[in-house]
Design a protein around this ligand. Structure first.
Ligand SMILES: [Zn+2]
Length: 104
C-alpha cells in the first residue's frame, strides 16, 4: 500500500458507542431521499454518512439502536448484519441467527 505513514488516517465516530476509529473499521450508512437508511459499502455515496463501528454492528445494543435509529432500528440492525457478513467474511466465520443474535 502506498503511504505507510498513518498520521492522517481519517477518523469517524461511531454513532452508537462514540468511539473514534479509522473509516475502514466502521460501517457507513446513508439516508436515501425518502429518509430510509441504506448501506454505503463503497463509503462514497453522497449525503451525510452515519458511521457504526464493527463491534456495534456485530452486536448492536438494542436500547442504543432504538435511541439512535428510532423507527428504523430493526431495519438498521439488518443492514449492519449484512455489512458485517459481506465486508469481511473471514472475520465472521459463524453466521449469526437473526432471531437470537447468537452463533448458529
Ligand atoms: Zn461503536
Amino acid at each position: 500500500m502506498a503511504g505507510s505513514r498513518d498520521r492522517h488516517v481519517p477518523l469517524r465516530r461511531c454513532v452508537m458507542c462514540r468511539a473514534s476509529l479509522p473509516k475502514a473499521e466502521l460501517v457507513r450508512l446513508v439516508r436515501a431521499d425518502d429518509g430510509r437508511y441504506q448501506l454505503d459499502a463503497a463509503r462514497r455515496a453522497g449525503g451525510r454518512g452515519t458511521w457504526v463501528c464493527r463491534a456495534c454492528a456485530e452486536d448492536p445494543a438494542e436500547k442504543r439502536l432504538k435511541q439512535t435509529f428510532r423507527g428504523q432500528a430493526a431495519h438498521v440492525r439488518t443492514l449492519l448484519a449484512l455489512a458485517i457478513r459481506g465486508a469481511d467474511p473471514a472475520a465472521a466465520p459463524a453466521p449469526l441467527d437473526p432471531r437470537t443474535g447468537t452463533e448458529a
